[in-house]
Ligand binder design. Structure first.
Ligand code: ZN
Length: 413
C-alpha cells in the first residue's frame, strides 16, 4: 500500500455531499475499517477490494510524531518505528535536516521497520515527501494546497486504544483527543476492556488526494464495558447529543494518556491492590509520565511527606481534595492555583514504593473515597437558546455515529 493515509486501507470509500442526505448511501461491507469520506462532490462511488485483502494483517502502519525540542533526527526516526539501518541513511538526507521543532512527520513503515514513505508540512506550507529510491531516498518539496474532508472510522479494542487505532488507520492525535473527550467518564488507564468499541468522525486535512494531517474530532462514540458515551463538538466543547456537557469537574484519571503509558499498567499489574484496604488507586506508569490535576484547585501541599515520598495535595471547591504520591518531581508550589489538566508533577517511586507508580487518593471532607463510585458533577450544558442550533448541528453527526456503530456490530457477529 503506497499511500500515506488511511484511504488505501479502506474496504469501501463512499463519497457524498456534505449537505446531502446520509440515507443516500449504499450498504457498506462489514469490515474493521469502514470509512466514509465526505466531500463537496455529489457522486457516489465504491471501490471493491477483494475479500482476502481484508483478512491479512496490515503489512505496514502509519505513525505521526511531533519533532520535539532536543530531538536528534536519529532518535526521532526510531520513535517513528524506523529501523536503525534505514534511520542512519535517512538522517543524512538534506530534506530531514530541515526538520524544525513542532513539525509533524507522518511515516508509513513496514513490519521490518523499513520506511515506505515520509512526509511533513513545513512552516512555509510546503510539503516535503521522502520515498526510497535505489539505495537511497528521494525527496520532493512542493507548495501545499490543503483541503479538509471529514473522515469516519471505527474500531474495537483488543489490547489497547493505540493498537485499535493503529489497526483502523486512525492517527495518534485523534486517539488522544478521544481519551481527552471521554476523560471525564472513562479512565483510559483502567477501564478499557477487550471488546470496547469506538467510532469517530474527524477532520482530515488533505493534500493532492492524500490525507496529511488529522484535525479536530467532530463527533465520537465510546462504548466502555457495554455503556455507550457520545460526544459532539459544538462551540468550545464537547456535548452529549442531548446537550449535556461531557466535561466533568474531575477527570477520571490523573495520568495523561499516551502511547507510552497506555498498557503499562497491565504489565505491572501485581502492584495493584484492592481499593478497600488501601484507600487509593495505584497507577503503574513509567517514571516521568505526566501527572495532571483532575480538577481546578489550589495546591494545599507540595513536598516530601514520609511514605508518600514527594506528594502533591490539591484542594478543590467544596470538600474535595486529591492526593498524588511517590512523584519523581513536583511541578507546582504550595498556594498556587491550578486548572484541570495542568501538570502538577511526574510519576516516580519516592517514599514507600517498590516500583514507579502514582498513588492517587480522592477525599471528600478528608475521608478517602473511591472516585469510581461517585457520580461527578458536570460542567454547564448547551444553553437553552442554543439548543435548536446544537440539535441541527448534531443530528447528521449522530446519524454517522449510528452508521459506524452498526458496522462495528456487523464486525462482531
Ligand atoms: Zn498506593
Amino acid at each position: 500500500m503506497g499511500t500515506l493515509g488511511p484511504v488505501g486501507r479502506s474496504a469501501a470509500i463512499i463519497v457524498l455531499a456534505v449537505s446531502g442526505a446520509v440515507a443516500a448511501f449504499a450498504t457498506i461491507a462489514p469490515s474493521a475499517d469502514n470509512e466514509v469520506l465526505l466531500s463537496r462532490t455529489s457522486s457516489v462511488e465504491t471501490l471493491d477490494i477483494p475479500a482476502e485483502a481484508l483478512l491479512t494483517s496490515p503489512e505496514s502502519y502509519i505513525r505521526e510524531e511531533r519533532f520535539q525540542r532536543g530531538d536528534t533526527i536519529a532518535a526521532f526516526l526510531s520513535r517513528l518505528g524506523i529501523a536503525a539501518e534505514y534511520a542512519e541513511k535517512l538522517a543524512r538526507t538534506r530534506a530531514l535536516q530541515s526538520l524544525r521543532t513542532g513539525y509533524h512527520v507522518t511515516a508509513e513503515v513496514d513490519a521490518d521497520g523499513q520506511p515506505i514513505a515520509l512526509s511533513f508540512l513545513t512552516g512555509r506550507d510546503t510539503l516535503v515527501q521522502i520515498a526510497p529510491e535505489g539505495n537511497g531516498f528521494r525527496a520532493t518539496e512542493e507548495r501545499a494546497a490543503l483541503y479538509t474532508q471529514v473522515a469516519m472510522k471505527s474500531g474495537v479494542i483488543r489490547s489497547s486504544l493505540f493498537a485499535a487505532s493503529d489497526a483502523a488507520g486512525i492517527p495518534d492525535s485523534v486517539a488522544m483527543q478521544l481519551a481527552d473527550i471521554f476523560g471525564g467518564d472513562v479512565d483510559f488507564h483502567r477501564d478499557l476492556r477487550k471488546g470496547d468499541q469506538f467510532a469517530v468522525v474527524y477532520e482530515l486535512h488533505h493534500l493532492a488526494g492524500r490525507p496529511v494531517r488529522a484535525g479536530r474530532v467532530l463527533a465520537a462514540e465510546f462504548v466502555s464495558q457495554g455503556k455507550a458515551y457520545r460526544a459532539v463538538h459544538f462551540g468550545n466543547g464537547y456535548y452529549a447529543p442531548d446537550g449535556k456537557n461531557l466535561r466533568k469537574a474531575f477527570l477520571r484519571s490523573p495520568l495523561e494518556f499516551s502511547r507510552v503509558s497506555s498498557g503499562f499498567g497491565m504489565r505491572m499489574h501485581p502492584i495493584a491492590r484492592a481499593w478497600r484496604a488501601h484507600k487509593g488507586i495505584d497507577y503503574a506508569a513509567p517514571t516521568g509520565t505526566r501527572v495532571r490535576a483532575v480538577g481546578d484547585a489550589v495546591v494545599d501541599y507540595a513536598g516530601p511527606r514520609g511514605g508518600y515520598g514527594n506528594v502533591v495535595i490539591l484542594r478543590h471547591h467544596g470538600q474535595y481534595t486529591t492526593v498524588y504520591a511517590h512523584l519523581s518531581r513536583i511541578a507546582v508550589r504550595r498556594g498556587a492555583r491550578v486548572t484541570q489538566n495542568d501538570t502538577i508533577g511526574f510519576v516516580g517511586k519516592t517514599g514507600w514504593a517498590t516500583g514507579p507508580h502514582l498513588h492517587y487518593e480522592f477525599r471528600i471532607a478528608g475521608e478517602a473515597r473511591n472516585p469510581f463510585s461517585i457520580a461527578m458533577p458536570a460542567a454547564l450544558p448547551v444553553a437553552a437558546q442554543d439548543l435548536p442550533a446544537f440539535r441541527a448541528h448534531a443530528a447528521p453527526l449522530v446519524t454517522r455515529l449510528d452508521l459506524l456503530a452498526n458496522s462495528n456490530l456487523a464486525l462482531l457477529e
